[in-house]
Design a protein around this ligand. Structure first.
Ligand SMILES: Nc1ncnc2c1ncn2[C@@H]1O[C@H](COP(=O)(O)OP(=O)(O)OP(=O)(O)O)[C@@H](O)[C@H]1O
Ligand SMILES: [Mg+2]
Length: 248
């Protein structure tokens, strides 16, 4: 992590009347929130809007109405602030990767932050070494497995040391040792983390949790409390069969 940039352990998300309609469908509905957290877990059923909210918070998508701020910044309209403020790991690594080799992919963000090509490559090699993957530098990304690609994306985001990391299902597809490694890395990460996951055990270090249901906030609050309520409700819903229902 770059030592010359001040870190704040916590982050603040402020949503005010946030609505997002995609292809005439309301995906996020009237979200109001003012939250300070260090580790925020986001849960909710498939299609509840978690990944979409992550993109809106990162400033990649503009709300249809309402506002969203991360640490006071409107990141959609302030892309310069967004570079240092937030890093997002997409649920699907194929939506993230743009370069042919691991080193180029991990170095890219450092170049965006203003490092020379040489410095960016040195920083990228350092990050690879931190994850015990120095040997991956020259590897062609097309030859990697899906889980390995996921880890490349995570290393690329981690190299930039943003104040807030947004991770969308970061453990999906990773093997047990790599998950353990990633957990250790996240525990050491000095910034704030927004962690979207379907696995409650991945979120046990979250001080705060947000539960989304059909694009609305079902519950927000202390991690353990929300997790318990969410698991109870998921068990209740699991006893029914609504998998064939498409959201209205
Ligand atoms: N570009 C788009 N156009 C139209 N609808 C979209 C678009 N992107 C997402 N949606 C819809 O928005 C809803 C929320 O999607 P999102 O991917 O945010 O859910 P999620 O909570 O991340 O689900 P999962 O747990 O499966 O990852 C879904 O019903 C999805 O079909
Ligand atoms: Mg998702």
């Amino acid at each position: 992590m770059t030592p010359d940039r001040p870190k704040e352990a916590s982050a603040r998300i402020a949503l005010d009347g946030l609505c997002l309609t995609l292809e005439a469908r309301p995906v996020l509905r009237d979200l109001d929130l003012d939250l300070r957290f260090r580790r925020l877990g986001v849960v909710g059923r498939n299609g509840s809007g978690k990944s979409t909210l992550a993109r809106v918070i990162a400033g990649l998508v503009a709300p249809t109405t309402g506002t969203v701020r991360l640490n006071g910044h409107d990141l959609y309209n302030d892309r310069r602030a967004a570079l240092g403020e937030v890093g997002i790991l997409f649920q699907n690594p194929d939506h993230q990767i743009i370069f042919p080799t691991v080193l180029e992919e991990v170095a890219f963000g450092l170049g965006q932050l203003g490092s020379s090509k040489r410095k960016a490559e040195a920083g990228a090699r350092e990050t690879l070494a931190r994850f015990d993957k120095a040997g991956w530098a020259e590897a062609p990304i097309s030859a990697l497995s899906q889980g390995q690609k996921h880890l490349v994306c995570l290393m690329a985001v981690a190299a930039m040391a943003p104040r807030t990391l947004i991770l969308d299902e970061p453990f999906a597809g990773l093997d047990i040792p790599t998950r353990a490694q990633l957990r250790r890395y996240l525990a050491l990460f000095p910034g704030a983390v927004i962690h979207i996951s379907h696995a409650p055990e991945d979120l046990d270090d979250c001080d705060t949790m947000l539960w989304l249901d059909k694009g609305r906030i079902a519950m927000v609050g202390a991690g353990a409390e929300v997790n318990d309520a969410y698991l109870d409700e998921m068990a209740r819903q699991g006893a029914r069969d609504d998998i064939s229902d498409l959201p209205g």
